[in-house]
Write a new protein. Sequence first.
Length: 480
Amino acid sequence: MYEVENLEKIDLTLSPPAEEPARQYYYMAKCRCQVRAFEKENGRLPKACVVNYGCQMNARDSEKLAGILEQVGYRLTEDENADFVIFNTCTVRDNANQRVYGRLGVLNGFKRKNPHMKIALCGCMMQEPSVVEKIRESYRFVDLIFGTHNIFKFAELLNATLESDSMIIDIWKDTDKIVEDLPTERKYPYKSGINIMFGCNNFCSYCIVPYVRGRERSRKPEDILREIRQLTAQGVVEIMLLGQNVNSYGKNLEEPMSFAGLLREVEKIPGLRRIRFMTSHPKDLSEELIQVMKESRKICRHLHLPLQSGSTRILKAMNRRYTKEQYVELALRLRREIPDLAITTDIIVGFPGETMEDVEDTLDVIRTVKFDNAFTFIYSKRTGTPAAAMEQVPQEQVKAGFDRVLAAVQETAREQVSLLQGRVMEALVEEVNDHDSALLTGRLSNNTLVHFPGDASLIGSLVNVVLEECRGFYYFGHLA
Ligand code: 5AD
Ligand code: SF4
C-alpha cells in the first residue's frame, strides 16, 4: 500500500517504474513539482474542477480523479472556471453527450481569459471514435482525452498535459487490467461506493455500455474486503457495491466466488452498518442472494431491479433474456420473502417496434409489482448497437407512452412510500436539508428520504426517526 508521504521520497532523477501503481505515484510526484512551479509563478495554488456525468460508477471514478488532483496539490473547486477542468462523461443516452458539447462551449470562454487553463475529457463518451473525431476537429482547445480503460493512468496523462501544448489523446479499446491502491477523494465521510467489477457482457440491444466499458472483470474479493476495512477504519458506515451487473460477480475470477458469497464476507466486517449494491440483472438474481439478503442484518432493504420493458416480445428484442412472467414472479417472490424490501427499477419507453400494446404490458407489470420508485427513460438511439438499425418509433407515440408509464410509477411509488406512515425507522443522517437548515436529511434502509429537526453533529450517524408525514416520495419526521 502506498502512502501519501511517499510522494516526497520518490527520486525523479530515476526513470519511471514500469509496474503499477508505482508508476502513477512517480508521475504524481512529477505533477507536484509542476504545481509548485505554478504556485511560485502565480502566488497561489492552481484550482481543479472535476465534473461528473452519469452513473454511480462514474461518480466513483471521479472521486479517484479528484484524489489524484488533491494529492499533487490542486485545490478542488466546483467552479468550472478553474486551472484544470476535467469532465468525466457518460454516453448511455444522447442527451448526456449534448450536455458535454454545450458545457465545452462555456469552458472555451473561460480558457480565452485564463491562458493557464487545461481542459480534459474522459469517461464513456470518449470511447466512441466519432466523438473523439468531432472534438479533434471542432473543439481544438481541449488538452487531454482519455477513456474508461486507462483511467488508472490519469497521473501520467496529467503530467504529459502539463508539459505539452498540443492535444493528447489516449484511448484504449479494452483492458484486462485492474490497478489497485490509487488515492481517492471521497465526497462523503460516512458512505462510499466500491467497485466490485467493471464492464458488462450482456449486450442488451439498446445499450452502449458493453462497447465503452469493455468485458466484465471482477476485482479479487481480498482487494474489495481490504478496501472496505480501510474505509470503515476512516468512519464509513455505509457502502454501495458497484457493478453493471453485480449478480454475475466473480464468475471470471481464478477462484470463482458468487456475489452472495462476497456479501457474506462483507457482512462480517466490524464497524460496517449498511450494505447496498447496484445494479442487479433479473436474469442472474440467484436464490442464494435472496437467502443472504433475508438473513443479513446489514444489507439494506432496497433492490434496484431494472425491468426495461414489461412486454416479452420487446424484452426478447432487447436481448434481456427473461419474460414478463419471469420478472413478475421474481419480484413477487422477493416481496414475499423480504417484506420490507423496496423494489425500484429502470424502464425504457420507445424501444424500436414498441406498440401501445407493449406499453400496456409495462403498465401491467408496474401495477402488479408496485415499484417503490422508477427511472423512466425515452429510448435513445446509440450508434453501433443492434437496436439502432431497427425501425424507430414515431416521437408522438413515444411521448404518449412515456407519460402513461411515468404517471403509473408515480402512483405506485406514492402508494408504497405512504405505507410507512407512523412507523419508527432507522435513518442514516446524510446532510443538512438544502431548503431549511433547521432540518436534517436522512436515508432509510429502503432508500426513502426523511427530513427532521436536528443538529448537524448527527451527520454520519444512524438514528431512529418517527415517519410523521408522507409528502409524496419522502417524509417529514422527528427523532424518536
Ligand atoms: N436509451 C434509453 N435508456 C437507456 N438505458 C441504457 N441504454 C439506453 C438507451 N439507449 C437505460 C437503461 C439502463 C439505465 C442505466 O439506462 O434503463 O438500466
Ligand atoms: Fe447495458 Fe444491459 Fe449491460 Fe446494463 S446489463 S450495462 S443495460 S448491456
